[in-house]
Design a protein around this ligand. Structure first.
Ligand SMILES: O=C(NCCCOCn1ccc2cnccc21)c1cc(-c2ccc(F)cc2)cc(O)c1O
Ligand SMILES: [Mg+2]
Length: 214
């Protein structure tokens, strides 16, 4: 049967990118998705905004909800300080299997722990399973109707601390209206909208950066 889009992405990475060179993996994926086949990676334009938020924060403990093929995983992991750890959660086992290989090809497997399953099942177990107190940075890029309930769940589970930064992808397209309304109106968050475009297109999209105030 026909290969999957993630499988085609992985084969492009292995053909075009240098092993152990995260930037070449990022460039290979972006070229393929812009010129051959669109895929739902955060992409190069929003990716540069992600890079700037992460490098300004220098987080030690990072959570990513939504791995897909590992594109944003390696964008984040490649600029983390030594000893920092990224936990990335993927629901789809086929995506997870591809992402593991993309992350390994980039040489970043030591900084990344990929877990498979649903956020609502995993979030309550992160503390005891990973021995983590709180996260410094959370990247939300999974089911858009889970951004709000999972943010409330992370608050309830004590995974956020004063200053934890949440960065949410796709706040315009596909859109997360309930999440936006919450973080923009809650006294517990300071929010900022980075206007950009849907990956590899001219459609509007953006990233919402929200600092948890405790
Ligand atoms: O749907 C998207 N992402 C989510 C994937 C499933 O995530 C499932 N998932 C991953 C961990 C995880 C943990 N728990 C539950 C579900 C969990 C997504 C979609 C688009 C998009 C924009 C325009 C279109 F015309 C079509 C699609 C763009 C994006 O950038 C996206 O991120
Ligand atoms: Mg996205």
């Amino acid at each position: 049967t026909r290969s999957s889009r993630p499988q085609r992405l992985l084969s492009v990475v292995k053909k075009r990118a240098a092993h152990g060179d995260p930037q070449s993996v990022i460039s290979a994926i972006d070229y393929f998705c812009r010129h051959n086949e669109w895929a739902m990676n955060v992409g190069d334009e929003k990716g540069c905004i992600l890079d700037s938020v992460v490098s300004e924060l220098n987080p030690e403990r990072v959570l990513e909800l939504g791995t897909y093929c590992g594109y944003s995983t390696i964008r984040i992991a490649r600029i983390l300080p030594p000893g920092a750890r990224l936990i990335t959660l993927e629901f789809n086992p086929d995506y997870a299997a591809i992402a593991r290989q993309v992350i390994a090809w980039a040489g970043l497997e030591d900084k990344v722990q990929l877990v498979e399953g649903a956020s609502e099942d995993w979030i309550p177990r992160i503390k005891e399973h990973f021995g983590i107190e709180t996260f410094d940075f959370v990247f939300l890029d999974h089911w858009k109707d889970r951004y709000l309930p999972d943010t409330k769940l992370m608050e309830e589970c004590g995974l956020l601390r004063k200053g934890t930064v949440l960065l949410a992808d796709n706040v315009i397209c596909p859109g997360v209206p309930d999440y936006l309304q919450y973080v923009r109106s809650s006294p517990s968050y300071e929010s900022y909208y980075f206007k950009s475009h849907l990956e590899y297109t001219q459609a509007e999209d953006g990233l919402e950066k929200s600092v948890f105030l405790g």
